[in-house]
Ligand binder design. Sequence first.
Ligand code: C2E
Ligand code: CA
Ligand code: CA
Ligand code: CA
Length: 280
Amino acid sequence: AKAAGGSVFTSYHARMREGLVERLELENDLRAALENHQLRLHYQPTVDLDTSRVVGFEALVRWPHPTRGMINPLDFIPIAEATGLIVPLGRWVLHEACQQAVQWSDAAGGRPLKMSVNVSVRQFDQPDFAETVAAVLAETGMPADRLCLEMTESVLMTDTEANLEQLVRLKALGLTLAIDDFGTGYSSLAYLRRFPVDTLKIDRSFVERLGVPAGDTALTDTIVRLGKSLGMATVAEGIEEFGQLAALREMGCGFAQGYYFSRPVPAAEAGRLFLEGADI
Ligand code: C2E
Ligand code: CA
Ligand code: CA
Ligand code: CA
């Protein structure tokens, strides 16, 4: 039993060490990828449910790794956050997404395009974050009101003066703020009033329960109503089925994203979707 225990112990440590080495390798590779401009953005269309037209995109970062293939953001964003690399990485994402939005909008004769960018707590916590965003808007010529920053409830729920001030500084630039994955965190209705938020993004876990027999519509319906009564836009994420779309329309949800319309696609394809003015 002792020998068996020992071998389990050893292999556990070997695995731990492998995990650590792998993490360090990824961290170095990520730093290099950022410096060498190897990261890419994919774009997932946002559809206006009244008109069925593409009105904007959410930028989602991609890492085509030279030997490991495409690495999922859920596998490297946490490393970027832990190491602080998320700060320059996030700035790059913001710049790239704004530049792209301006280019597509120009090509479409000035038709407005809303671009949503995900922001990590670690970025938001930088004292100069609002200045960074202002600088990117100036560099790219992106009109502030076409940029939406998506943040999770954890950012907003930390009800500190510093957080509130940061949000007010961002809002003062004229951009919009969305709560990402709404309903999955420790929502408090009080902070929705207190913080200058424009949009609720309804998490996919709620949308999943719509449009199936005996599906649960109560939670999504409540969020849509809440958004309406607070004068906020509602965006549902993760629509995969027609039934979900129909249920959301019925509730009066304003906007939607999901594989039903389109997966996140490379820039060239997203540009075509927008230029064709596609009803999808
Ligand atoms: P998120 O912000 O909640 O983004 C939505 C995720 O759901 C994306 O995964 C998207 O590809 C996926 N998705 C969209 N529609 C559907 C659908 O119909 N069905 C299903 N099953 N999935 C759908 P992705 O691109 O792998 O990104 C994962 C997460 O990584 C994002 O979740 C976001 O939290 C984070 N992330 C991505 N890009 C960035 C970035 O540039 N900065 C930061 N800070 N985080 C990012
Ligand atoms: Ca998001
Ligand atoms: Ca989300
Ligand atoms: Ca989500």
